[in-house]
Design a protein around this ligand. Sequence first.
Ligand code: IVH
Length: 681
Amino acid sequence: MPVPAAARARAEQLRRELNEHNYRYYVLDAPTVSDAEFDALFRELQELERHHPELPTPDSPTQRVGGAPRADFAPVRHRLPMQSLNNCFSEDELREFDRRVREGLRRDAVEYVAEPKLDGLAISLVYEHGVFARGATRGDGETGEDITENLRTVRSIPLRLRTGHPPRLAEVRGEVYLPHKGFERLNRQQAERGEKTFVNPRNAAAGSLRQLDPRITASRPLAFYAYALGHREGFQGPRTHFEVLALLREWGFAVSGLAEIVDGFDGCRRYYERLAQRRATLPYDIDGVVYKVNDIASREELGSVARAPRWAVAHKFPAEEAVTVLENVEFQVGRTGVLTPVARLRPVFVGGANVGNATLHNMDEIARLAVEIGDEVVVRRAGDVIPEIVRVQRPGAQRRAIRLPAHCPVCGGTVERAEGEVAARCMNGLSCRAQLHGALLHFVSRRAMDVEGLGEKLLAQLVGAGRVSSPADIYRLDAATLAGLERMGEKSAENVMAAVGKSKQTTLARFLYALGIPDVGEATARDLAAHFGSLEALMEAAEQDAPTTHAAKDKDRCPRLRQVPDVGPVVAACVSHFFGEPRNREVIRALRDAGVSWPAAEKAAGGALAGKTLVLTGTLPGMNRDEAAELILAHGGTVSGSVSKRTDYVVAGADAGSKLEKAQKLGVPVLDLDGLRRLIG
Ligand code: IVH
């Protein structure tokens, strides 16, 4: 039955009024109706929508109460990566930042916008034709999680932009946080219900956003501050950051009223001091100041390095410190066998959390601090950083020296400290349970084989039960074994099995990274994969570079592996050694037998790029680094990690940084993705 025109019109009016009241209450903090009046209007709309199920629209305020629970969150690829910020901790570092910006822009003075650094979670909100369509977490910056339904319940996030001329597409970025009052209320409720309380507002906000049941998120008093525009289509966007903030405010977002335009280093420094004074009086947590170059065109000129822009920096407030007693020291064994001394402290509240453990890094650090068990120590904690012992406040009356154990505390294996090395290691390799557990955790992690749902606890159970003693055993698991473990049902077991199956299709770069070769991080893994194109070629080079053929001098060692740009003698030796170990070769063979594979990216001998060396930089539209590298290899080219006179082309995407600059300086031709495609034909 069609909805009567009068009902449709009334519903629309109610939606508009309710959204306006929401805005006045949650964004402007200046309500014009009582709660009872608001509730009456809300119920009228709910009633109308119940009668006419075609009525509810995505921007209806009734959609904020939270829909049906989900099984998981789908991954979302950000159209523009969500970068992070570099930190500075002192005035000198701030001065340095400003100097680099001025130098980069060849200008004497630069205008910045200074704003509070909110201690919450970065979020991306996509509006299509003015209507909230999708919201996601930052994730690893490239891929986040779709938490649209949860974000819909955050009252200060507009479901429709307050403009008569909405752009085709606009992505708004900002921070979801929990104000102090809401945090206290939430913890009171949790305690009353006998549920776990949160240590700080940030953890509470994170926990609330990651609820699979949006109704729980709806019950948490979360708030949102917008601070940036991301991807956009169909409109240009303002020329300065300050105008961006004004536009966001106009569209109905809460924007920090503390943001200010400041001049140069001195302006930044003065703002920092003022905000530090006000920090304790603010109704939410902040952990520093963010300075951003105000002029958007200048930002593009400056670009980015790694995952952070050159045009912004976070100036952190000093970490909080507290005094407590060092009660004991235990040694933890990491995935490469390194023993790390961990301080067990008398618990103390510092930097927004209860701290009972702190890292002591290594034996050299213990000697430097001259710390012993029983001492009163100063502990420091800032944000997410692992707490540290800064110094001894007062030596304990009955202090006891901290000694490096002669045997591994986990497996009893010998502990050795190589000449000139700071770290002490358990020499038992993967037969040590701790190393095995660490290696497996790394193997399944998101940026490696990405086996979702196979977490720390599950792996510990599998290792403990002797079910998994090498990464290849993961591919020999069956649903019945998994379902028999603690806190696993049949459904979760099936999900894990599906994730294990899915992870078999990977890329060579991810596979190499997952192997956990010492000193081979993601970037090196990518470089190795791009240079050799196949595991066979890499292993052959590693074999030829093996110790028997080593020249006496470091610089002549591992000549084949060292042809890979950015691979020095230490990394090359690690790679060659790793592939020389029979056990590692065995694990690799078992993994491939189990079906782990990647698209062959054999270097095509006579392709359009034969003999050419290309460098990738910035974010390419619709293609990640691995895919672009494979495309180049498939056409006979070589991908290198750094620009030199021998580089034939630089392929640059959005936010390209120093590599692009260097290409321009050296006169190396620069292509965009379309240019590359044309070259390949
Ligand atoms: S701008 C490329 N502005 O800090 C710049 N970030 O370390 C992107 N944050 O992930 C961020 N307050 O979660 C920006 N006023 C602010 C911020 C802010 C807090 C967080 C955000 C980001 C992290 C970067």
